[in-house]
Design a protein around this ligand. Structure first.
Ligand SMILES: *Cc1c(COP(=O)(O)O)cnc(C)c1O
Length: 403
């Protein structure tokens, strides 16, 4: 039996360590050249014009909502099947998360149910590419355009994922399927990433916002650094006796949400390996798909024709006869020596959200999804023998359960 197999794990090699050590021996530990280099490489990889790195995915979400001008009393629509951070970042601003139900198979926000949740106060849609399977971005951006809403993609699971769309160009032109990378922001105002160790690449803690809009870009830079600008063209004080070369202006209430150069160096090194990491995750998912196809116990993840998933997670969904035995199945799987997890408890079930007035029953499909879902291990350094071990033990646990 292999050693304990976690549900997710980073992959750091000697080349990553070397890059970090170089920064430690340099003059710049933070706000140095590695930050800009990482930002440029991220934007280049994803196909966006700009990128701003942050101290975490959560601070990146906060910065994104703030830069779009969300204010106390505004509402934004998101999915309850996400990490609490997606909704929390809105609470920091006094805005209200409005949870919309999910699709039964992908666990992604159900675009057909978005419009019924839109009110005069709605400013923003925050679709989450759950597990790395993209939402149907074109549909969501249409709804946003029609209702004059911003879109921020929570792509913390989806760096390296792709979305395919039919360019709605000239009607008699033959339809051509195009694949675009998540993060190109062709259907959104901003895309948010996380570099937590379980995500696709890591900087320890870290996050980023991608955008094609220069104004948002400049605001994001300021919010990351206390709301301060040193850009002369943005100054509001023009008295030449006051504004020498030392001058800087704090124009907004920002934060210290900066990433260090130590982290950025790790990110640059990790980014080089991203495609191979995603390929490996897809190969493991394929392995699982073939092994579990048609089994009587659980449904395997789907991949819609518009999505090329980066498989941050491999979520199985218990069938009707098994969904009430989740605790038993969960603990038996763990006893076999590998990490299983549940993604996610619907956000509004959390005690803090309950206090705010959210009630059980708000999103039936999401609650049912939660009751069935178990994530089994998938990460790029997972060995074939470990994948085979997980398959064998999953089959064993379910076979032993059956009466
Ligand atoms: C990880 C994650 C976040 C937050 O990222 P941190 O870097 O941990 O702050 C937000 N949303 C989703 C969907 C995530 O998985």
């Amino acid at each position: 039996m292999p050693e304990f197999i976690p549900y997710g794990h980073q992959w750091i090699d000697d080349s990553d360590i070397e890059e970090v050590v170089k920064v430690l021996k340099s003059d710049w530990l933070t706000q140095g050249p590695k930050i800009l280099e990482f930002e440029e490489k991220l934007a280049e990889y994803c196909g966006s014009k700009y990128s701003v790195v942050f101290s975490s995915g959560t601070s990146a979400l906060h910065g994104a909502y703030l830069s779009l001008g969300l204010q106390k009393g505004d509402e934004f629509i998101t999915s309850p099947i996400t990490f609490v951070a997606t909704a929390n970042a809105g609470l920091y601003l006094g805005t209200k998360p409005v949870f919309t139900d999910v699709e039964k198979d992908t666990g992604n926000i159900d675009a057909r149910k978005i419009e019924e949740k839109i009110t005069k106060k709605t400013k923003l849609l925050v679709p989450v590419h759950y597990t790395g399977h993209t939402v149907d971005l074109e549909k969501i951006s249409e709804i946003a355009k029609k209702n004059k809403l911003f879109v921020v993609e929570d792509a913390c699971h989806a760096l390296g994922a792709r979305y395919s769309y039919q360019p709605s160009a000239i009607s008699h032109q033959p339809e051509t399927k195009k694949w675009i990378k998540i993060g190109s922001c062709q259907h959104s105002d901003m895309t948010v990433l996380s570099f937590h160790p379980v995500k696709h690449i890591t900087t320890g803690e870290g996050g980023a916002v991608l955008t094609n809009n220069k104004d948002y870009y400049e605001k994001l830079l300021m919010f990351r650094n206390h709301g301060i600008t040193k850009d002369r063209s943005r100054f509001t004080i023009h008295d030449s006796r006051l504004i020498g070369d030392w001058h800087y202006e704090m124009q907004y209430l920002g934060y210290n949400y900066r990433m260090t150069d130590i982290q950025a160096a790790l990110g640059i090194s990790q980014l080089k390996k991203l495609d191979s990491f995603v390929e490996k995750r897809r190969a493991i998912a394929d392995f699982y798909n073939r092994a579990f196809k048609g089994n009587p116990y659980f449904d395997i993840p789907v991949e819609k024709d518009y999505a090329c998933s980066s498989y941050h997670l491999y979520p199985i969904r218990l069938k009707d006869n098994y969904k009430d035995n989740k605790q038993e199945i969960f603990s038996k799987l763990r006893e076999k020596g590998f990490g299983v997890q549940v993604h996610y408890i619907p956000v509004y079930w959390q005690p803090y959200y309950k206090e705010l007035g959210y009630k059980k029953g708000l999103c039936h499909v999401a609650e049912d999804f939660y009751q069935r879902e178990i994530s089994i291990p998938v990460y790029p350094s997972m060995k074939n023998e470990e994948v085979r071990y997980v398959i064998e033990k999953v089959n064993q646990v379910f076979t032993e359960l059956a009466p």
